[in-house]
Design a protein around this ligand. Structure first.
Ligand SMILES: [Zn+2]
Length: 385
């Protein structure tokens, strides 16, 4: 991989914000009932959790249908959280965004009259309709003849929005998931049934990428009162990113050395971490991959379907003659997939051929160039010229 493409993908990674979908639903998948009164799915403790997620976001988006239906103010309620945002140099409130194709939005809605800046994404036709009615209340941006959520995210990226929270409704959540644009999903399940065919559901039917076989990563499960909060990572690529970030955190634990890199490694099977290691974890010479592999039985059947995440390319030669290079250890273990963030530079060895050798033996090697800089940063103490 050339330095240029690495830079390009790193740039792409920072352009669009991280997209978090947040929803509360009944056990049977409804987000409200069909009555005029809003159905309370969450309790105070769960609203407080949502308030924290809002405070952690740069922008909050809801669809026009939800805006018309619920007439929310969409604020960060906690004064402490707002003060913390200001102390961190952020605006008191996240940017509030709504999306409408038609431009049918009442300027009397509470959304326009509370909190900080407001932004409306719409179509050319919608923009015409809203130009006068929302003048002074919100910025109106047309995405063209129709709504394109990828273009919307590009625009938010250019505005410096790094974290976007999407609070529905049905059409908006469906659109983000169908376009594979959601990075994280917070699903709060309330222990009740709605059972009304006229009530809105979390999602419409759609052709979701990889459905029905693609599995999300279940990143976390929390119990808040009688509500289950499930945190999913919908995109498969995010699993690689997440485990590599874990490996980078492990590299932070390495005892410093002037003569060797600080590397972290995680072995994952069936979506679950089965062993971890880092440089010099168990003795002064041990490598991260070696340390992780040493914790598993050589005959562990999970190795045959495992991925090893390592922040640095596995070594193909070693100064310690009695120990196998990590490339050979990985091949011997029968691990079919290696994900790395950073190719070994020529600091300590003239020519590492770990990636080439693994590929020659049929191992799939994935390089996460977007995390190379973060992996390298664990080696700031070394002169990497
Ligand atoms: Zn090694």
């Amino acid at each position: 991989m050339s330095a240029d493409s690495g830079e390009a993908s790193a740039l792409q990674g920072t352009t669009r914000p991280h997209v978090l979908l947040s929803v509360a639903m009944s056990v049977d998948g409804y987000i409200d009932d069909a009555s005029a009164e809003r159905l309370r799915l969450s309790d105070a403790a769960d609203f407080d959790r949502v308030d924290q997620v809002r405070a952690d976001s740069d922008a909050i988006l809801i669809g026009a249908e939800t805006l018309r239906r619920d007439n929310p103010r969409l604020l960060v309620d906690s004064a402490d959280r707002r003060a913390a945002r200001i102390a961190a140099g952020k605006p008191e409130f996240p940017l509030k965004i709504t999306v409408t194709a038609s431009g049918e939005l009442d300027p009397a809605l509470r959304f326009w009259h509370h909190g900080g800046d407001k932004l409306v994404y719409t179509t050319d036709a919608g923009a015409k309709r809203l130009a006068d009615s929302l003048s002074g209340l919100a910025e109106v941006v047309s995405l063209g003849t129709e709504l394109d959520f990828g273009v919307l995210l590009d625009d938010l990226g250019r505005r410096g929005i790094a974290r976007l929270m999407v609070e529905g409704g049905t059409r908006i959540h469906t659109a983000f998931l169908a376009a594979d644009l959601a990075d994280e999903l917070h699903l709060a399940v309330a222990p009740l049934l709605v059972g009304d065919p006229a009530a809105p559901r979390f999602l419409d039917a759609a052709s979701f990428p990889g459905a029905p076989h693609r599995r999300m990563t279940l990143a976390d499960v929390a119990k808040i009162g009688d509500i289950a909060v499930l945190r999913y990572l919908p995109k498969p690529a995010d699993q690689d990113i997440r485990f590599m970030q874990r490996a980078i955190e492990l590299a932070r634990l390495c005892p410093p050395s002037e003569t060797a890199f600080s590397v972290g490694a995680v072995i994952v099977a069936d979506g679950v971490e089965i062993a971890t290691g880092y440089s010099r974890e168990t003795d002064a010479k041990v490598h991260a991959e070696e340390s992780a592999l040493d914790k598993l039985d050589a005959n562990d059947p999970r190795l045959a379907r495992a991925t090893i995440y390592t922040t640095l390319e596995p070594c193909s030669q070693r100064g310690t003659a009695t120990r196998l290079p990590c490339t050979d250890r990985i091949l011997r273990a029968g691990i079919p997939r290696v994900v790395l963030a950073w190719r070994e530079p020529t600091t300590f060895v003239t020519n590492c051929v770990g990636v080439e050798k693994l590929r020659q033996h049929g191992v799939e090697v994935v390089e996460l160039a977007e995390l190379a800089a973060a992996a390298m940063a664990m080696n700031r103490h070394l002169d990497l010229t």
